[in-house]
Design a protein around this ligand. Structure first.
Ligand SMILES: Nc1ncnc2c1ncn2[C@@H]1O[C@H](COP(=O)(O)OP(=O)(O)OP(=O)(O)O)[C@@H](O)[C@H]1O
Ligand SMILES: Nc1ncnc2c1ncn2[C@@H]1O[C@H](COP(=O)(O)OP(=O)(O)OP(=O)(O)O)[C@@H](O)[C@H]1O
Ligand SMILES: [Mg+2]
Ligand SMILES: [Mg+2]
Lengths: 258, 258
């Protein structure tokens, strides 16, 4: 049964894309117990700003077909295979008109779910990289998911958005997707030398652990942006980086989701 | 003639809100030549995530009236006066339905411009804090503005969005707002110890200075998030912080805009 995991947080710049790419990579490097082949992983870029598509080495403007065509025109999902062992459905700026076009579309809420159905049994994990908004794209991602993973920056601003984030998940669980579970919270860009980061991390652990696992924080490090510039997961760019172990552990935890 | 300046960049988490609040503060502390009174400054929160509203000490959920009511229902702008010497029109999550409601609204593109007209002569500067998207809210902010100020993070990801950002400004200048000028680019969250930041800053200076001034970079510093948590501009929270001088210089440059 494939797990479809939305990396969701309406706040901007909190590492959704970075974690989609890096956790996707680590998942694709794990082989399930008693199996020879590794987990098969598909990443889907749902952001009109197409950052994941760029980070994975593609040029959004040069693409003939993107997730837009699948969601709006019910075309086949355009899958690019084996980028660092991962498959990818790219995005481009075309997706920015999708928010408006979906307003009046039939079966709007289920469009992404339907687009995934033909291929979802080809994958063990499908990760959905959400845009920084509470708009329709994030919403249909949550409707299509089995789980939601929440990167949350260890800064004061993150708490301002937490309530809205959780009420959005609750809203989706109340009707269009009763089975949606929170896989966990990932404290991101954690700067241990900074008291605000430390206090925010403690608050995250105290207040959110009751809802879902709070994973180990991903440290703030310039290596992430450097790896992105080289179009590589951190584990390939700088294998000995301390964050690599943490990413691996989170990936292993994701393989144990029910 | 009041200057209406949109802090615009579709990328998330690049310091739009932080700079709206801090530059607004410094502008309000300057008195024009040969005048006794300081410049009068109004901040407008255009983000449904209402970060500026929060940073300025208000609780979005408790507000009776926000920018939403002015733009959608043509109500009077709800102005909160004298927060650190600044006036503020707050936002709340109500604004998230505005993007959809504006799709079919009459005179959609001019709605914010019209909302500002009754009060714009009461202010020397009106700063518009845009959300992290290329949606209608950012668009009507650009249509209503005399100038656009672009915070741009000195990281690789920022270059991916630069072209789209500039083409959006060009599009607005071609028809709905022929007078829109780029006031400048503000390199933000600059970490001088990091080579990627340094290279990105150089690239920003080389490629964008031909279009508009590239201001001095705002250094990355935990003091900004700490000041925000205390609901204060940096200059009040930590007056001796090195970034305060830089913010002041940018504010002075803004007073010289034609
Ligand atoms: N742990 C980290 N330490 C330092 N920088 C990081 C870290 N994780 C991500 N970054 C960098 O921070 C920036 C924001 O990350 P990213 O784009 O993944 O966030 P996002 O939530 O997807 O943003 P958006 O809301 O725009 O989609 C990028 O430049 C990225 O390279
Ligand atoms: N120079 C800086 N150094 C370090 N942190 C900063 C700096 N400027 C802003 N920040 C912090 O970075 C985060 C993002 O800043 P901010 O909210 O102003 O960005 P934004 O572009 O308005 O984000 P959004 O796209 O979500 O509206 C905040 O937590 C803020 O306190
Ligand atoms: Mg992203
Ligand atoms: Mg903001």
């Amino acid at each position: 049964m494939s797990k479809i995991i939305a990396l969701f947080n309406q706040a901007g710049g909190v590492a959704k894309t970075t974690l989609t790419m890096n956790l996707g990579y680590h998942l694709s490097q794990i082989s399930p117990p008693r199996k020879k082949q590794n987990y098969r992983v598909l990443l889907i870029d749902l952001d009109p700003q197409a950052t994941l598509t760029n980070f994975m080495g593609l040029e959004p403007e040069q693409l003939e077909s993107t997730i837009y065509d699948a969601v709006i025109d019910q075309k086949k999902l355009p899958i690019h295979s084996d980028i660092h062992g991962l498959d990818l459905v790219p995005a481009s700026v075309d997706l920015s008109s999708a928010e408006l076009e979906l307003v009046v579309a039939d079966m709007r809420d289920l469009r992404l779910k339907y687009a995934l159905e033909p291929i979802q049994n080809n994958y063990d994990f499908i990760l959905l990289d959400c845009p920084p908004s509470l708009g329709i794209l994030s919403y249909i991602a949550l409707v299509a998911s089995t789980h939601v993973l929440v990167p949350i920056q260890t800064q004061y601003k993150s708490f301002l958005g937490a309530e809205l984030l959780l009420s959005t998940v609750t809203r989706v669980r109340s009707l269009p997707n009763r089975h949606l579970q929170i896989a966990g919270f990932i404290p991101s860009m954690y700067d241990a030398r900074n008291t605000q980061d430390e206090r925010t991390l403690n608050a995250i652990q105290e207040q959110l652990a009751i809802l879902a696992p709070v994973y180990k924080p991903i440290p703030r490090s310039t290596a992430f942006a450097d790896a992105a510039e080289d179009k590589q997961p951190l584990a390939i760019f700088q294998p000995k980086h301390p964050a690599v172990k943490i990413l691996k552990q989170i990936a292993i935890a994701l393989t144990k989701l029910s």
